[in-house]
Design a protein around this ligand. Structure first.
Ligand code: HAM
Length: 449
């Protein structure tokens, strides 16, 4: 016997059989509907990009350790996109003159990261992106936060189940430069260290911070940022805060944003957290991570933030943006934890599917004619090609959960008639073809009520 290949997909990849795909599509469609209520336009970009644009702005880890590379020709390396934001920046830059600002865009790319597969993490995954560009005011942040809240509410989630933890990189810059005397060139290192704060064991993390920063004051500062429970608590932890700090853009912006959140009445969904910085290099302002507040999903569900300089990779134009990337897998784990996915979503609904069964095998042409008629009216239609043994055909229709079966035989075909059976009530009648569509609507309506 010849060797048989494995039927498993590659490690970290997943086959989506129809029930799984129905569930994922239901989640994506529901979020797409929220995005369109905010007037976000959907776009798509290629899965393959040149590696340089990610190397320049994403993160070392993403490009050097987690990327899937494709060799086009010898030496010419392409990357399977690990995230969308650099491609978004490329597309906006290419048409920035003609695009009306602010630009509100939505996309659901498939992304690739060579990570250890684990709960909520695969090597191939769908990521929902929503970004607004060309709006510098904090109203853009507010819009994104409002949309995030609406997404959760649309699925029936409550504020005790999720929280948006937010911070501002400019605020961290002010703390570092004006309170901790950290030099500018060490800021990226501080972000990196803070980003790992909830991803490591405590002792491992302490060693990592000490090894990375090698300065006792900065190290103490990092732990204060990590441990503070509120803005007030954080500031109380520092002695001698200079006046300059209170006038700094980072601090003022944070206070302004807090005010906006409370005016918009969404503070119950949002919590300031001085340890949130996000792992990608391009963020410059407000950053956020959304967490499940329960114990089942420890990792952040998704995150995003403001990026000011991303387009500089492609042009001298300055367009700032803010948005988020949401792993559909992580989000579905959240929804499952709180039973927010209706059971029946996975099942195919045959209620409005018309099933054509035939008494004998001369009926094929008539069956095809009827099928065209009902499909032209947008009803899905299945023809049973066995064309005999009516009992078996009806049994099959019943197993699928079909509501309406059309039964045809020579008498019906000769007189342009059709027998229609309501499988729920078992009622059956023979009607003229021209009355068929009305009758179908009647049966479905009656069933619905
Ligand atoms: P990110 O934090 O790298 O940000 O990824 C965002 C989300 O994508 C994660 O929080 C998670 O939900 C999902 N995700 C990441 N890696 C995986 C994986 N291996 N398997 C499953 N899901 C995963 C970004 O990608 C930014 N570009 C987001 C953004 C858009 N910021 C502004 N606009």
């Amino acid at each position: 016997m010849s060797k048989k290949f494995s039927t498993n997909p590659l490690r970290g990849m997943k086959d989506f059989y129809p029930p799984d795909l129905r569930e994922i599509n239901w989640i994506i469609d529901t979020i797409r509907d929220v995005a369109s209520l905010y007037s976000y336009d959907e776009f798509e970009s290629p899965k393959l990009e040149s590696i340089e644009i990610f190397a320049a702005k994403s993160s070392d880890e993403l490009v050097n350790e987690q990327s899937f590379l494709v060799e086009k020709k010898k030496g010419e390396r392409l990357i399977l996109i690990p995230e969308l934001t650099p491609s978004l920046a490329r597309m906006i830059s290419a048409k920035s003159q003609e695009l009306k600002k602010p630009i509100r865009w939505f996309s659901v790319p498939t992304c690739y990261r060579y990570e250890r597969p684990q709960k909520g993490r695969r090597r191939e995954f769908k990521q929902i992106n929503m970004d607004i560009l060309g709006e510098n005011s904090l109203y853009a942040e507010l819009e994104i936060f409002n949309a995030v809240v609406d997404i959760f509410l649309e699925f029936g989630a409550t504020p005790d189940q999720f929280q948006i933890f937010y911070n501002n990189r400019r605020f961290i810059d002010s703390v570092c430069e004006l309170i901790l005397n950290v030099s500018k060139d060490k800021l990226q290192l501080v972000y990196k260290v803070l980003d790992k704060s909830d991803k490591m064991e405590e002792t491992e993390y302490e060693k990592f911070v000490l090894d990375s920063l090698q300065d006792e004051t900065i190290v103490q500062g990092i732990f204060k940022l990590k441990e503070a429970t509120s803005l007030e608590d954080l500031l109380n932890k520092f002695e001698d805060i200079p006046e300059e700090f209170y006038n700094s853009r980072g601090y003022v912006e944070l206070l302004d944003f807090n005010l906006l959140l409370s005016e918009a009445n969404i503070t119950e969904y949002c919590t300031f957290s001085s340890s949130v910085v996000r792992g990608l290099d391009y963020y410059t302002g407000i950053v956020f991570e959304v967490f499940d507040t329960g114990k089942d999903n420890i990792r952040s569900i998704f995150g995003g933030g403001r990026y000011d300089d991303l387009l500089s990779l492609f042009s001298d134009e300055k367009i700032s943006g803010i948005g988020f990337g949401m792993g559909v897998l992580m989000f579905s784990l959240f929804l499952k934890t709180y039973n927010l996915i209706p059971e029946e979503i996975k099942e195919k609904d045959y209620t409005d599917t018309i099933y054509i069964a035939s008494i004998n095998d001369n009926m094929s042409n008539y069956a095809l004619k009827l099928a065209k008629l009902v499909r032209d009216e947008d009803f899905p239609c299945i023809i049973d090609y066995r064309f005999k043994n009516l009992k078996n055909q009806l049994k099959k229709a019943n197993e699928l959960g079909v509501l309406i079966v059309l039964i045809i035989g020579p008498k019906e075909a000769e007189n342009d008639k059709v027998s229609i059976k309501n499988m729920a009530t078992e009622e059956q009648s023979t009607i003229d073809i021209e009355d068929l569509i009305d009758k179908i609507y009647n049966i479905i309506e009656e069933f619905g009520s």
